[in-house]
Write a protein that binds this ligand. Structure first.
Ligand SMILES: *Cc1c(COP(=O)(O)O)cnc(C)c1O
Length: 431
């Protein structure tokens, strides 16, 4: 099994101890399921590793763009993590959920004046400043509000994490952050130093996503600590916080590589301590910003098959009642997934088919080349595993398809965390 919350009993797929076929009948499809205990375990893995090895005060910050709804901010808060937020929408959701906003980190490469004012009013603890204009605007607006705003500066360490271009952000020519290599990051520090309403806490980087190479964060830490030392030398100013961003990879299919996240965190923390000592400065307090690795394996999606099309001599299609509207990741990145036929999870006679959605769009493919039972047909339940990250949060209403609900499973019980959108919801803003 891909994960320990996945099981097959009597030919049926179980998730977090519950029969997925029964859940599909009860709540309808498409349906997102989330395993609360898995989310908590993932949070604790970060927390335990950081608390045991990193400088006191270090903690993980959940990148909530991976999956953002009120219920998740409550779980994250209970587990002691911070939260990355990237928009007024995420800030609003977190605040409404009662999230401790002093542990919120406002990310993004284009925060408008309106966004900045809203975030300050909501008590966002940290701004992760991305560019010169933002530094100016934030200082001005914080000044107008009489606030001393804590910030981290987002820099690009110039590291290519050997992943897909679309998800690599730490390179010098990234749209995010300010490059160290060109000297512009140091210029940004000079600008911050002139501001009266900013409290310069530390530096941030995010090298990319789906990182499996255990070396990536060590290399990033080296460059970042070098920059902390340079800031100290040039400005006689000791930065307290080092935020190394997110990006640990998770397993979507059986023969994929793996990374031992707690072991890597301990390695990174030890490395930061040793390098800081070499540089003759105190080790900074660490932040890591996992998104995917907190929620991906805590989610699956269920669909109902509508048609099976066998184009003789060519290929087969299994069409389900969702698609790129609830999971655009194959269409966007060619992402791979593990797929089960939930009510016929064990079979000997199989066919290979593309699992496709219901949208009017040929690119609406959830996963090509999937093995299904030969007798798959209308009414069968299909489960796509590891959909907890970047599925609900990337869902759209293309073709005016309502977004599916999220049902959270917890120790044999269940609750609806996000209601299914209705047709009335779709026309709510139409005048
Ligand atoms: C997306 C993002 C993350 C999370 O990345 P994952 O690959 O989901 O762990 C963390 N930090 C920043 C700044 C991001 O943009």
């Amino acid at each position: 099994m891909l994960y320990d919350n996945i099981a097959v009993k009597d030919g049926r797929l179980f998730f977090a101890g519950s029969d997925t076929v029964k859940l599909a009948e009860k709540y309808g499809t498409p349906l997102y399921l989330m395993d609360e205990q898995k989310i908590r375990q993932n949070c604790r893995a970060y927390r335990t590793a950081l608390e045991s090895c990193a400088c006191p005060g270090s903690y993980a910050v959940y990148a909530s763009k991976a999956c953002s709804f009120a219920g998740i901010y409550k779980i994250i808060a209970e587990e002691g993590l911070g939260a990355d937020v990237v928009s007024p929408g995420e800030i609003f959701t977190a605040k409404k959920a009662g999230f401790p906003m002093e542990r919120a980190y406002f990310q993004g490469n284009n925060k408008t004046d309106g966004d900045i004012a809203f975030a300050i009013d909501c008590g966002v603890g940290y701004f992760v400043c991305d560019n010169f204009e933002e530094i100016d605007a934030l200082d001005r607006i914080a000044g107008e509000k009489g606030v001393k705003q804590k910030i981290l500066l987002r820099v690009t360490p110039g590291i290519d994490p050997h992943t897909y271009d679309e998800v690599s952000t730490g390179k010098v020519d990234s749209k995010f952050g300010i490059a160290i290599e060109t000297g512009q990051a140091l210029e940004a520090v000079r600008l911050i130093m002139q501001k009266n309403n900013l409290v310069f806490e530390g530096i941030h980087c995010h090298v990319g996503s789906m990182v499996f190479d255990s070396d990536v964060f060590l290399r990033a830490a080296d460059v970042m600590l070098g920059f902390v030392a340079e800031v100290k030398k040039v400005f006689d100013y000791q930065l307290k916080t080092l935020d190394l961003g997110g990006g640990y990879g998770v397993k979507y299919y059986q023969d994929q590589g793996e990374i031992d996240i707690p072991a890597n965190i301990r390695q990174v923390a030890a490395h930061v301590a040793a390098r800081s000592e070499d540089l003759g400065m105190p080790a900074p307090s660490l932040r890591l910003e996992p998104g995917r690795s907190i929620v991906a394996d805590a989610g699956i999606t269920l669909y109902t098959v509508g048609s099976v099309k066998k184009i003789t001599g060519y290929k087969n299609y299994v069409s389900v009642d969702g698609g790129m509207t609830d999971n655009p990741r194959y269409a966007l990145y060619g992402s791979r997934y593990t797929v089960y036929t939930a009510n016929k999870a064990v079979f000997s006679d199989g066919i290979t088919a593309d699992l496709v959605g219901r949208c009017c769009e040929s690119g609406d493919i959830i996963q090509p080349g999937v093995k299904f039972p030969a007798d798959i047909g209308r009414g069968d339940t299909v489960a796509v595993l590891t959909t907890g990250a970047y599925n609900y949060s990337m869902a759209s209403n293309y073709n005016r398809i309502p977004r599916p609900p999220i049902v959270i499973l917890n120790r044999g019980g269940e609750r609806i965390a996000v209601k299914r959108e209705t047709l009335e919801d779709l026309v709510m803003n139409d005048l």
